[in-house]
Design a protein around this ligand. Structure first.
Ligand code: G16
Length: 550
């Protein structure tokens, strides 16, 4: 029976030693924190990926990125065989492995091997990629060291977006052993072109025309989007890349998180024009938001909720046209704007479910539907389709029993689902999907923005000594601990028309997040400040006290 090769592991563990007392926990999307002092976590996650690969008899992905976080942070996202995020039951194992001392490392790994019944003699394969952070090169080397210490075959893809690595892992495990970055571009470029052809075969409306300007957060999305655009051809889609990392800092005053939270355009040099389409990615290009200016030059944001609504209604229309009866649903989180939930469920009569923050939670709920559209308001989302549902749509496209128009709708739906990266939210493929729908509908960004009017909303952050003192329930919409906090929030919320507010500890930053919405922006801002103050006072706030606003 094969055993752990302890000597080389321990030698390398010395090189990637854990700083004394350093503790981390697996967050919303893996480990995340200040890059300095995290080297051992990457080394150990390289080893964990090998154990998982041996257990699953499949390739596991390891992405080195801290996504929307500031440049000095870093993090690691583990990717399971079908391109989904690491299964939740392994998060605890990951946390224990990251936190034991070097002396306990072998014992902890043996514990994982025994508890999971892992055959150490099985082969292991790990795919690794990284974002553009200055710390990412060295930290991806730490992952490689961990994975090779346990004898895995490693493929280092260098710079990729997170969704590109998800795509590659899923395709490879699905039997396509020639999959690589180039194949990613070919796949999505061809799928997009095929969908546009379907649109034309409908002889639909006017093309959207004009360009789309994309703020790539000075991250890895910039060079990758340029490549994707080249594969599609500038005559087909004109993508102007902004914040390409040549001068600005990653995620600083730009990117999807900045635009969504601040509800304003990136600070540097966009010179926005009314009705032009603008979009922002985050640092690893797994989030997308759109925005524009209205005719009075007011900033108009089209966030993940609006993308979800656009996708879901488009899919519903095609299903109706093709006369295909399947269960379509939308999954949101507590951050979804009340108006979006109302529009999708009441006006469009599409089922809506609510999940906890974190795409891993939404993805799971979405896969219970035949077609599940899931998006977080922050722009992270995609569409999932059950295999038998996809087969049903495909066979409708060629069925003798269907009318020509029904077959065309089924064909178009098949083409649309091909443009979407079903493994995880992918800013590049979501961008193509949005552009294709607008083109098909002959819609401007203003037409899209008008499908519903958002309730004014605000997000805030509060620093507390220990954010784990806050515990929540009901998809994070209610606080259970500290016990005095929820009644206090309820009392304040009741004072505002259409008021809603909730708080939850972030799983990617050392803060408590506060969300508020109500009838006017002024009321919403007051509500957000008052709830922030409650968090500060009842959950051990530190640093500057949020200013009361009464
Ligand atoms: C990650 C997760 C998202 C989540 C976000 C914020 O995004 O993948 O699902 O919404 O963190 O999480 P929290 O509010 O817990 O900090 P990303 O794009 O940063 O990887």
């Amino acid at each position: 029976m094969a055993t752990l090769n302890e000597i080389p592991i321990l030698k390398l563990a010395e090189v990637h030693a854990k700083p004394k007392g350093h503790q981390m926990s697996y967050g919303t999307a893996g480990f995340r924190g200040n890059a300095s002092g995290m080297d051992h976590v990457f080394f150990r996650m390289g080893m964990l990926a090998v154990l998982r690969s041996k257990l699953m008899k499949a390739t596991i992905g390891v992405m080195v990125t801290a996504s929307h976080n500031p440049e000095h942070d870093n993090g690691v996202k583990l990717i399971d065989p079908h391109g989904e995020m690491l299964t939740q039951s392994w998060e605890e194992l990951a946390t224990s492995l990251a936190n034991v001392t070097n002396d306990e490392l072998i014992k902890e790994m043996k514990k994982i091997v025994d508890s999971q019944n892992i055959q150490l003699s099985n082969e292991a394969s790990v795919f690794i990629a990284r974002d553009t952070r200055p710390s990412s090169l060295a930290l991806s080397q730490a992952v490689l060291d961990g994975a090779t210490a346990l004898g895995a075959t490693c493929t280092n893809y260098g710079l990729l977006t997170t969704p590109q690595l998800h795509h590659i892992v899923a395709c490879y495990n699905g039997g396509n052993h020639n999959v690589n970055e180039e194949q990613y571009y070919q796949h999505y470029a061809n799928a997009f072109k095929a969908l546009l052809n379907e649109n034309l075969s409908y002889l639909t409306k006017k093309p959207v025309g004009s360009s789309v300007t994309v703020d790539c957060a000075n991250g890895v999305g910039a060079p990758k989007l340029v490549k994707l655009a080249e594969h599609i051809g500038v005559n087909i889609i004109d993508i102007v890349v902004h914040n390409n990392g040549q001068s600005g800092k990653l995620n600083e005053n730009c990117g999807a998180d900045y635009v969504k939270v601040q509800q304003r355009a990136p600070v540097e040099g966009l010179n926005m024009e009314p009705d032009h389409r603008y979009a922002s990615f985050d640092g690893d290009a797994d989030r997308l938001v759109y925005y524009t200016l209205d005719s009075d030059c007011n900033f108009v944001l089209l966030d993940g909720d609006k993308i979800a609504a656009l996708f879901a209604v488009y899919i519903k229309e095609l299903l109706n046209k093709a006369d295909i009866n399947v269960r379509l649903g939308v999954v949101q989180t507590a951050y979804a704007n009340g108006s979006s939930t109302n529009y999708i469920s009441t006006e469009e009569n599409i089922e809506v479910a609510c999940a906890q923050t974190g795409v891993k939670h939404l993805h799971k709920v979405a896969t219970a539907f035949d077609i599940g559209v899931y998006f977080e308001a922050n722009g992270h989302g995609t569409v999932t389709v059950k295999d038998d549902c996809l087969n049903k749509i495909r066979s409708a496209a060629t069925s003798e029993e269907k009318l020509q128009e029904q077959k065309l709708a089924a064909n178009k739906l098949t083409a649309f689902l091909d443009v979407v990266n079903q493994t995880v939210g992918d800013a590049m493929s979501d961008l193509l999907a949005v552009e294709a729908i607008l083109q098909d509908k002959g819609w401007s960004i203003r037409d899209w923005s008008c499908i519903y009017t958002e309730l004014p909303n605000r997000q805030a952050k509060v620093k507390v000594a220990d954010r784990t003192v806050i515990e929540t329930t009901d998809a994070e919409r209610k606080v259970t601990k500290p016990p005095a906090l929820q009644p206090a929030i309820d009392k304040v919320v009741a004072e505002y028309p259409c008021g809603r507010s909730f708080v939850r500890p972030s799983g990617t930053e050392d803060v408590v997040r506060v969300y508020a919405e109500s009838d006017t922006q002024e009321n919403t801002d007051k509500l957000a400040k008052r709830v922030s103050l409650l968090v500060y006072e009842l959950a051990g706030g530190v640093g500057e006290k949020p200013q009361p606003a009464f």
